[in-house]
Design a protein around this ligand. Structure first.
Ligand code: AMO
Length: 434
């Protein structure tokens, strides 16, 4: 709309055209106020029933909440108005009318359950606290891209329809690909490794991953956004350095650029950028710390995965972001390399927030013979992965990397209850549209 002014920029003495949603109508009898809301704020529009054109007053008063209005008029100072200024209109046009009955109240006066909110996401996003999450999500993605650029990584985009899965056979979504069975990719794992093995060396991707997980939990999605890194000539400790730097950069950007959004979410005082290095525990240390609390019915032993309960105990004990490294080889996937001096222990690591796991990664097995053995040990047919394994015969250097769940980063950063709060249109067991 040419010549449109944001409500936040309307200054006393100016004649402006603003456009936005009718947030509220306050009819006081002889005088009425329309509160108009746009991307940048709100402004009061004054209607005087006696002193103004009848048709103009009628248009304003007849409009239903959440209708889109275009208002032309003079901006005047008015200390009693919510923002200290008001518009005295010379023209009001209904650009897009809203029905009188709304499925959701964007003013937030009436609470709605999450399913109703997700069904009507456009209206839900008109609430400042919901919008703040996605403005922060955008700032996080920008900061992550910038942090990778500083680490000399090239942004890549890999296929999402693939012939084979990598993260365990049961969690694949099949699709029909011209009559052949194909799958939605669970991770860019093999592709990012192939690209680290090219002259690109250091690569990153922010893209969707698909997991046909049956369980419905506050931290699992069936379509998530993965932030992936892979670096040639990196070992697992250097990969951990990059994960730590990217996470910290995301927090810093939010602290620097999203003060209003944090305020809206009630986090202005408590938001803290991680300072310093994240503690690096070995898997063995992690077991000992959990067992020492005596809180689990049964002691954890070598080879156990860390249950949700164990993760919570450990999170409380450590109290900040931390790594768990040197996992048992048997727990980690075939592409993770074992330590050279101890084949029982892998270079696999997780990066944790006290509430949940954010990252998995490790150094990769780049030796052709060992890689083929790894496939066989995991019950996978190496021939099906020929497009991947064959490249390891032509000079793929040692490399390491990781994947981080973008939604989990947001959920833990903003202390949200449910991972669905950090996705515009979540995919879960119950939800395939919108
Ligand atoms: P992993 O399967 O552990 O590792 O996934 C990495 C990170 O992605 C996020 N994540 C999810 N978030 C929400 N819903 C899900 N269903 C979901 N699944 C995963 C988590 C998790 O820590 N290829 C390896 C990574 C690598 O080694 O580079 C992988 O995919 O935050």
């Amino acid at each position: 709309m040419h010549g449109r002014t944001y409500t936040a920029d309307a200054a006393p003495g100016e004649t402006v055209t603003v456009a936005g949603w009718l947030h509220e109508t306050r009819d006081l009898g002889g005088i009425a106020f329309l509160i108009l809301r746009d991307k940048r704020g709100r402004i009061q529009v004054k209607l005087e029933k006696d002193g103004m054109d009848d048709a103009l007053v009628e248009t304003g008063l007849d409009a239903h909440r959440e209708s889109v209005l275009r208002v032309e008029g003079d901006v005047e100072e008015e200390p009693r108005a919510p923002t200290g200024v008001e518009i005295v209109p010379t023209a009001i046009e209904v650009v897009a009318a809203a029905d009188p009955e709304l499925p959701l109240d964007p003013s937030g006066k009436v609470d709605a359950e999450l399913p109703t909110r997700l069904d009507n996401r456009t209206l839900d996003l008109r609430k400042p606290e919901v919008q703040a999450i996605f403005r922060i999500r955008s700032a996080v993605q920008r900061a992550v891209r910038e942090a990778f650029r500083e680490h000399d990584a090239t942004e890549i985009n890999t296929p999402k329809i693939v012939a084979t899965g990598t993260e365990g056979g049961t969690e694949l979504f099949p699709v029909s690909y011209f009559g052949e069975e194909a799958f939605m990719n669970q991770s860019p794992q093999l592709f990012k490794q192939l690209l680290a093995g090219s002259n690109l060396e250091r690569v990153f991707e922010i893209g969707p991953i698909f997991r046909a997980e049956e369980h419905n939990t506050p931290r699992h999605l069936n379509e998530a956004t993965s932030i992936d890194f892979e670096g040639a000539f990196c070992d697992h400790t250097e990969a951990m350095d990059v994960a730590e730097a990217v996470t910290t950069a995301a927090y810093e950007a939010v602290a620097d650029d999203c003060a209003d959004e944090l305020e809206t979410l009630g986090l202005a005082d408590e938001f803290a950028v991680p300072d310093g290095e994240f503690p690096r525990l070995s898997y063995r240390d992690a077991l000992d710390r959990v067992n020492a609390t005596g809180e689990l019915d049964e002691h954890l032993v070598w080879g156990d995965d860390l249950s949700t309960e164990a993760e919570h105990i450990l999170g409380r004990e450590v109290g900040e972001h931390y790594f768990v490294a040197d996992w048992p080889s048997e727990v980690k996937p075939f592409y993770i390399k074992d330590h050279d001096d101890d084949e029982e222990t892998s270079t696999g690591f997780d990066m944790m927030h006290p509430r949940m796991e954010l990252v998995s990664g490790g150094q990769r097995e780049h030796r052709y013979d060992r890689l083929i053995e790894g496939f066989e040990q995991q019950g996978l047919d190496p021939e099906e992965f020929g497009y991947y394994t064959e490249m390891f015969r032509y000079g793929v250097p040692p490399h390491a990397g990781w994947g981080m769940g973008a939604e989990r980063l947001l959920v833990t950063m903003l202390d949200l209850d449910n991972i669905r709060e950090a996705v515009l249109f979540p995919r879960d067991r119950q939800r395939l549209s919108p």
